[in-house]
Design a protein around this ligand. Structure first.
Ligand code: MN3
Length: 226
């Protein structure tokens, strides 16, 4: 049976300060992400549903299993494990826009006219998620363009459209920002741009999305950049 586990962060909890505070990182990683993993492991153990599936297989197939009694629990918690695993890799204390690969920058310019227009659309989408959810920059393999989407709860865009492959995301659940920013979600979204790991985002585009593949998150939450 597949057992899912928590990936370590590639940086210290405190290293994203002042943009994301230490306590938020600790609670978010150690407790919130771990809870999705625990709930996912328990549901699979109890139900036998998806007992030998990889995390990517669950993400890409769960929407077809709406009739299953484990559907909602698996959808929420597999989404939680996948999305957070990716989110930790989207961030770095050594963020530098110069790390954006040229091919990705060309795709941004082609899809949105320019970088700032993409950023503005991403921010507006993140700001207007009602309740808990995420905003996403995705590569659409049919249109061969980048698109921006939002999702509710722990849904991932690829669950409902396997042509829509995420390369960048922001968690806008209150647990991601409330300790430092309280109700000022907009300030958290603005700060996020100071800690984006553009080298990793570029790899997600080049090695996965552009090749028509959903970023492969291993069952232990790590990603192989191959
Ligand atoms: Mn979260």
């Amino acid at each position: 049976m597949t057992v899912f586990s928590l990936p370590p962060l590639n940086y210290d909890y405190k290293s994203l300060n002042p943009h994301i505070d230490t306590q938020t990182m600790q609670l978010h990683h150690d407790l919130h992400h771990q809870a999705y993993i625990n709930n996912l492991n328990k549901e699979i153990a109890d139900s036998g549903f998806y007992k030998d599936a990889s995390l990517n297989e669950i993400i890409l197939n769960v929407a077809k299993d709406e009739e299953n009694k484990s559907y909602t629990t698996i959808r929420n918690n597999a989404g939680g494990h996948y999305n957070h695993s990716l989110f930790w890799l989207m961030m770095s204390p050594k963020s530098d826009v110069k790390d954006i690969d040229k091919e990705l920058m060309n795709m941004i310019n082609e899809s949105f006219d320019n970088f700032d227009a993409m950023k503005e659309k991403f921010n507006e989408t993140a700001k207007t998620v009602f309740g808990s959810g995420w905003a996403w920059l995705c590569y659409n393999i049919c249109d061969k363009k980048l698109e921006i989407h939002s999702s509710k709860n722990q849904d991932n865009p690829a669950m409902f459209n396997s042509s829509c492959l995420p390369i960048l995301c922001i968690d806008v659940w209150e647990h991601a920002y409330y300790l430092k920013y309280q109700n000022k979600r907009v300030d958290y979204i603005a700060a996020f741009w100071n800690i984006i790991d553009w080298a990793n985002v570029s790899q997600f585009f080049l090695k996965y999305a552009k090749e028509g593949r959903l970023v492969e998150v291993n069952d232990d939450g790590t990603v192989d950049f191959k």
